[in-house]
Design a protein around this ligand. Structure first.
Ligand SMILES: CC(C)(COP(=O)(O)OP(=O)(O)OC[C@H]1O[C@@H](n2cnc3c(N)ncnc32)[C@H](O)[C@@H]1OP(=O)(O)O)[C@@H](O)C(=O)NCCC(=O)NCCS
Length: 183
């Protein structure tokens, strides 16, 4: 398939004014966690349209094997690019911004869990430098949509992948000081 120029999206931590533009209560919950300092909800904007997100889980992991084997390692969770905007480099960009944010905070690596049948996403992560954590499959508590638009959690069997950051990558002074998006 011919490659097209990646489209430029602005990836920023969510703000109060963004909430009304985000699709469901998942975002309300993660925004509340962000306010409490438990994580960061990044949203990708194409002009004024939200087109994707990732939530950086900075609390202790919910799953005991993660707590045991990756203590203190931030998790990239709920990465998604909304249908209609996939395959344009937006997911890669969201991951890059999240990693840079973590690097700026002083973290040396990040981890994520990908469902064991989500081969396309796993291929993307591996291409970006994520490798298996070496402790087998993990049953994760995934956020899922339920009938009626509500959210719930369901167990999912996942591969856990970890990426060590390049220690020579320069830290930025204030990565998110210059949002170009209005509002
Ligand atoms: C997984 C997901 C987040 C990836 O986001 P994305 O924006 O589609 O990802 P990218 O475009 O950055 O890269 C994905 C593919 O597009 C290709 N690509 C990237 N930039 C491109 C460009 N400018 N032109 C053409 N192709 C491009 C990549 O090489 C990759 O190809 P591959 O599928 O052959 O490996 C998205 O597909 C998604 O939301 N899926 C549903 C939810 C999900 O599975 N989330 C992961 C949970 S762990």
């Amino acid at each position: 398939m011919a490659r097209v120029e990646p489209i430029t999206v602005d990836v920023q931590p969510a703000r109060d004014a963004d909430l009304a533009r985000l699709p469901d209560e998942f975002f309300t919950d993660r925004f509340r966690r962000q306010r409490n300092g438990a994580g960061v909800l990044f949203v990708a904007w194409l002009r004024d349209e939200p087109v994707g997100d990732v939530y950086l889980w900075l609390e202790e992991a919910e799953e005991p094997p993660l707590r045991r084997n990756l203590p203190g390692v931030p998790l990239l969770t709920h990465l998604e690019v909304f249908p209609g905007y996939r395959n344009l480099g937006i997911g890669t960009r969201i991951i890059g911004v999240a990693e840079r944010y973590l690097n700026d905070l002083g973290h040396q690596r990040a981890a994520l869990a990908v469902r064991d049948d989500n081969h396309r996403a796993e291929r993307l992560y591996r291409r970006l430098g994520y490798v298996d954590w070496g402790h087998g499959l993990l049953v994760c508590l995934a956020d899922v949509a339920c009938p009626g638009g509500r959210r719930g959690v369901a167990p999912e069997t996942c591969h856990v992948l970890v990426r060590e950051f390049d220690q020579n990558r320069p830290r930025l002074e204030r990565t998110f000081s210059s949002s170009t998006r209005s509002g």
